[in-house]
Design a protein around this ligand. Structure first.
Ligand SMILES: [Zn+2]
Ligand SMILES: [Zn+2]
Length: 202
């Protein structure tokens, strides 16, 4: 079964994920994924191809996300197009129906600390929760896009960067700066102390 419309693509109904699974193929925009320009500058829509299987409420999502992200090279500071194609892997589990937290009044600061502590640490990063009978795929896909960003984006592994002196992009050609200004290794100390010269006094 295939679903075309974007909203259905990003919010599949649990009931549609049958034993045979559900294939979701389509295009989504950065906006639909909740991606802001701070997260990633996406050029055009992202192609999504996902397979969902439902095993007693545990929904496994696998697939591929493809698109073009504009990144800034750390060496030459120029924007470049990064063609992405990465696999998506996630599991969705139903959100627990009853909140384990007691409604008793507690110091809000204390309560917050408790919540932080209660967060399971062993849970795999790619596990998400769904409420009711519908999955929200957008936050999961958004995270995948954000995590795809390299720590040191480079327009090219051989990027020459900018001239430290004039700032010219050296990928576009050499600049007229000297390779390295001849810095004397040491200054000749000219102020040689005149020891008691020829002139005699007293
Ligand atoms: Zn560069
Ligand atoms: Zn230069």
């Amino acid at each position: 079964m295939q679903v075309g419309a974007t909203m259905e693509l990003l919010r599949p109904l649990l009931a549609d994920i049958t034993v045979d699974g559900l294939s979701l193929v389509g295009e989504v925009t950065a906006e639909e994924l909740g991606l802001t320009e701070d997260d990633a500058v996406v050029l055009g829509p992202l192609a999504v191809s996902l397979d969902l299987t439902n095993i007693e409420g545990l929904v496994a999502v696998t697939g591929v996300l493809e698109g073009t992200i504009i990144r800034e090279c750390v060496r030459c500071l120029k924007g470049y197009e990064d063609l992405l194609a990465f696999s998506v892997r996630a599991a969705f589990v139903p959100e627990p129906k009853s909140s384990p937290r007691h409604p008793k009044r507690v110091d809000p600061r204390k309560a917050r600390a408790e919540v932080v502590e209660a967060e399971p640490e062993e849970e795999p990063d790619d596990q998400y929760q769904y409420q009711g009978n519908q999955l929200e795929l957008a936050p999961m896909l958004r995270e995948h896009v954000i995590l795809s960003a390299p720590m040191q984006p480079l327009c090219n592994n051989d990027c020459l960067g900018l001239c430290a002196q004039c700032g010219k992009n050296l990928n576009e050609g050499p600049c007229h700066c000297a390779v390295e200004p001849p810095i004397p290794a040491f200054r000749v100390v000219q102020s040689m102390k005149r020891k008691t010269g020829g002139s005699s006094d007293s």
